[in-house]
Design a binder for this molecule. Structure first.
Ligand SMILES: Nc1nc2c(ncn2[C@@H]2O[C@H](COP(=O)(O)OP(=O)(O)OP(=O)(O)O)[C@@H](O)[C@H]2O)c(=O)[nH]1
Length: 335
């Protein structure tokens, strides 16, 4: 069903809320002292915003040249703001991946929207992503309205050029530019590495002169536990269908860095109903074993060592309507 404007009623943050959230984001302090970087060093933050499935996390990964943010064909994959850092001799670019803006059905959905919108208040550049293969709708117009109100430099990025026709790309460029006043428009394919460099260059050109905000050895601002939980959730999304993906929350209960070089990771996958637990565990444990194997291989790549993964599945009824649970999972706007 096509989104209609009034489905988003009550979602807009007022100025006070935005200012408050902007201040929280601004709590990052520079790590480089004056003189550590050249006078013409550029640095700052670019937020990727757009509807679910627009390709935000995939573009972030393409910019980073690796698997940093989780992606899947399931809408609303991203639940945590993810900041990834590109370091160049002339610039430091902090890319902020945000949850897809959508019509929320529960407290979690509302928190995800709040988290995404809050980023608009506190970045230097906003890149609004539009999927070239999906006709722009009122949901995109709603996102564009917020982008238009942002004080940041605005980029329109039409994504998935590899699977769109030239006509679709052109139509999306026109639709996007009709919805908001953009400073620049680009067409990319993140999976085919088409124009990803141009995107980074465009962002860099619009960043102010400034210090480094993150140390050179910190490509993402997430802890090992947070990354482990997200990569496990990604494997659940890739293996499960229907209602299970949206009901899944993952908590990493701990990582032990053992003397024998092995990382022992304990994590719990939460679902909302017994029936979902049954699907997730699978016949004779086949599904959870598959998810565990895929997640373990991913974590071995991430941690550069062998991983022992202990996965539990538990039921927590209606956690998506529970503020405290949403906070505990780290999916809240107030991180
Ligand atoms: N062919 C193609 N597919 C893409 C491209 N970019 C993203 N995709 C696919 O589109 C789907 C959604 O991509 P994501 O990067 O997870 O989208 P997102 O905007 O982060 O989604 P949310 O987390 O729901 O907000 C995934 O299946 C990606 O593989 C692209 O350039 N080309």
């Amino acid at each position: 069903m096509e989104d209609t404007e009034n489905q988003y009623d009550g979602l807009d943050l007022d100025e006070e809320e935005l200012a408050m959230m902007g201040e929280q984001g601004a709590a990052v302090a520079p790590v480089s002292a004056p003189g550590d970087v050249p006078d013409d060093f550029r640095s700052g933050f670019v937020a990727l915003v757009g509807r679910p499935n627009a390709g935000k996390s995939t573009l972030l990964n393409a910019c980073m040249g690796g698997h940093v943010a989780i992606t899947s064909p399931v809408a609303q994959t991203t639940r945590k703001r993810m900041r990834a850092v590109i370091n160049r001799p002339d610039a430091q670019i902090v890319i902020v991946d945000t949850p897809g803006l959508h019509k929320p059905k529960d407290t979690l959905g509302r928190e995800l929207n709040r988290a995404a919108l809050a980023e608009l208040a506190d970045v230097d550049v906003v890149a609004m992503l539009l999927d070239a293969t999906k006709p722009a709708g009122t949901g995109d117009a709603w996102v564009a309205k917020h982008v238009d109100e942002s004080r940041a430099v605005r980029l329109l990025v039409v994504t998935k050029a590899d699977i769109a026709t030239p006509e679709q790309v052109q139509a999306q460029l026109e639709a996007g530019n009709a919805m908001a006043c953009f400073d620049e428009s680009l067409v990319v394919s993140s999976t085919e590495d088409f124009n990803v460099d141009s995107f980074i260059a465009a962002v860099t050109d619009h960043l102010p002169y400034g210090p480094r905000w993150f140390p050179l050895d910190m490509p993402v601002d997430a802890s090992d536990e947070e990354l482990a939980a997200e990569f496990i959730r990604e494997k659940v999304l890739l293996n499960c269908r229907d209602e299970v993906p949206h009901s899944v929350g993952v908590l990493c209960d701990g990582i032990e860095w053992r003397d024998d070089g092995l990382a022992s990771v304990r994590a719990t996958i939460f679902v909302e109903r017994d029936s979902q637990k049954g699907i997730l565990v699978g016949k004779g444990g086949s599904m959870i074993r598959r998810i565990g194997t895929q997640a373990r291989l991913e974590l071995e790549g991430l941690f550069h060592r062998k991983v022992f993964l202990d996965l539990q599945v538990r039921v927590k009824s209606q956690w998506r309507r529970d503020d405290a649970a949403i906070k505990r999972f780290g999916y809240s706007a107030e991180q």
